[in-house]
Write a protein that binds this ligand. Structure first.
Ligand code: HC1
Length: 567
């Protein structure tokens, strides 16, 4: 330990820490902007500047503590220098706060106010960059970028994708894909974790709200909406509720008031996915198919494996994701049941995920020329629509999802949290193979938020090894170990975003580990409260196999619910 003096008070702190880390532990607030703990500690923005006796003015996030260090965090000169640094950042930042989508949820705006910036005295040269809206998922606006590099660090250290870099030098520096290519032309997974890292609106989702408003206004169309599991535990945050608050019932009412003809649930098709995927696992185990079977519901992960590990494509489950299975069922089974021409049914998804926009747009995702899903909006875009419609969300009465594609089990709800797909699958696979009832439905070893978790399950006397991978960087490490023969599994769940869909790139900002855990617990509590908690016991799914699909893995199921990948 070392002794330091901060703002006139003596403290004993751990050696090896930075001034910022020590101050955090002492609950002395130093403002930060480019800093992300353990991810981006590079002293780029100089907002955390402090006065260090004998060393001048130093960024607290990089300067180490040492014995006898005397630090001032709040002197008039320190405050003046922070304001000056902020003014320099603002000098070439567009002053568009009124129209900007991050307005009132922008770290730069909040900090400028906290630091007492009253005006910008400098009118510097400004480079006018083109917007990169080349992808269906993510839009980059380099004009708003403040060069904090948080997106660069997250894309590299958390996701292992490395799609973003600082290009050029000095005033010309631009954070973009290498050689200033567009995102479409590089190996971006469209996970949107960069959006959560961005303190401003330099990276955001592609806005699809206008097309959804248009669909809702089209009286000739029968517009149905599906809502992903993770949205019901996060949407409330957009209206001031705590992360993890359950708002499914209000969400349904909000959808009705917006004018959707039917309000259905992606949790229903998550149950259907389990039926197909469980069948696929069992038949690969029995017939010696490619193992480990890798889950296929996270579209960022799919894009990642196609780019980086395409030798493992035979291991991917051929199941479409629940989002796409829903669309295919809405335009076949439901259309037939209601006597509506499938071409007149429009499917809108509300998803916690930016890559879902890309998934819906993939050319593979149609049946007989009819697209599975027509439009995808994120949790954030949905909140925007509710606000635009003047709906008083917090005071809405609750309502239930429509039948039949809104009848669900607890197994489908936990899809939205890392480990949930595995747990849901194991509940079904165990009972189908062993023929007896599970005594305890919770698989504790697959729960939690560690990057990689492992478990074993006894199927008919054989120990089946499973793993859960949380985030793309961990996926890379484990796939390499599998290829090297260092690890052997039968079944692996991969979710592209840390925490699973509860941490998706389309979720409310901020999204961090603590918030992700609360949302995840919200989903577990929904599961625990349901009467039916196993996908194979979903009564609508049982009926659909009886009357329409025949068997899991059968030819009709194959046409509607399975897909292929790009090598
Ligand atoms: Fe997900 Fe899924 S869980 S991928 O995170 O399998 O987005 O919530 O909807 O499709 O069900 C997302 C969530 C979601 C699908 C399901």
């Amino acid at each position: 330990d070392v002794n330091i003096e901060v703002d006139g008070q003596e403290f004993e702190v751990e050696s090896g820490q930075t001034i910022l880390e020590a101050a955090c532990e002492l609950e002395i607030k130093i403002p930060t902007l480019c800093y992300l703990k353990d991810k981006n500690e590079i002293g780029a923005c100089r907002i955390c500047i402090v006065e260090v006796e004998g060393s001048g003015y130093q960024p607290a996030c990089t300067f180490p503590v040492s014995d006898g260090l005397v630090i001032k965090t709040n002197s008039p000169r320190v405050r003046q220098l922070r304001r000056l640094n902020m003014e320099l950042i603002l000098a070439n930042h567009p002053q568009e706060c009124l129209q900007c989508e991050r307005s009132t949820n922008c770290e730069l705006q909040r900090l400028a106010k906290e630091l007492g910036v009253e005006g910008v005295r400098f009118s510097g040269e400004v480079i006018d960059y083109e917007l990169d809206d080349s992808t269906p998922s993510i839009v980059r606006d380099p004009n708003k970028c403040i060069q904090c590099r948080r997106c660069v660090s997250v894309c590299d250290k958390v996701q292992g994708v490395k799609a973003l870099f600082p290009n050029h030098r000095g005033f010309e520096t631009i954070i973009s894909p290498a050689f200033n290519k567009s995102l479409e032309d590089v190996a971006c997974s469209f996970c949107g974790q960069c959006i959560h890292a961005c303190p401003v609106a330099a990276i955001k989702e592609k806005d699809n709200t206008k097309e959804v408003w248009q669909l809702l206004n089209d009286e000739k169309k029968h517009v149905v909406v599906q809502i992903a599991p993770a949205v019901r535990v996060s949407l409330g945050e957009e209206f001031g509720l705590d992360p993890g608050t359950l708002v499914a019932d209000k969400l349904v009412t909000a959808c009705r008031r917006l004018g959707f003809d039917k309000v259905f649930d992606t949790v229903f098709s998550a149950d259907l996915t389990i039926m197909e995927e469980a069948h696929e696992l069992i038949s690969r185990l029995e017939t010696g198919g490619s193992l480990p079977l890798l889950t296929s519901c996270s579209p960022g992960w799919i894009k990642y494996i196609e780019h980086f590990h395409n030798d493992l494509l035979p291991n991917l489950s051929t199941c479409k994701s629940p989002q796409q299975m829903f669309g295919a069922m809405a335009k076949s089974y439901y259309a037939k049941m209601k006597g509506i021409n499938p071409e007149d049914i429009m499917v809108v998804s509300i998803m916690p995920c930016t890559a879902k926009k890309f998934e819906a747009a993939r050319e593979e995702m149609e049946v007989d020329g009819i697209r599975d899903v027509d439009s995808v909006i994120t949790t954030r875009e949905f909140a925007k629509m509710i606000k635009m419609a003047g709906i008083d969300f917090l005071n809405l009465p609750g309502d239930k999802f429509d039948e039949p594609l809104g009848i669900t089990t607890g197994a489908g709800d936990i899809f939205g949290v890392t480990g949930g797909v595995m747990e849901a699958a194991l509940r079904t696979v165990y009972e189908k193979v062993n023929g007896d009832e599970l005594e305890r439905l919770e698989f504790d070893n697959v729960r939690g938020f560690a990057g990689v978790r492992e478990a074993e399950v006894n199927l008919n006397g054989e120990e089946i090894k499973v793993a859960i991978i949380n985030g793309l960087r961990n996926a890379n490490d484990l796939l390499e170990a599998i290829k090297a023969g260092e690890k052997e599994y039968h079944f692996v769940e991969v979710m592209g975003c840390p925490g699973g869909c509860v941490g998706g790139g389309g979720q409310p900002i901020p999204t961090n580990e603590e918030i992700i855990a609360k949302r995840g617990n919200g989903l577990y509590s929904i599961d625990a409260s349901k009467n039916i908690r196993k996908s194979h016991q979903n009564p609508v799914i049982e009926k659909i196999y009886e009357n329409y699909l025949d068997n899991p893995g059968g030819s009709k199921a194959h046409d509607l619910l399975h897909t292929t990948y790009r090598s």
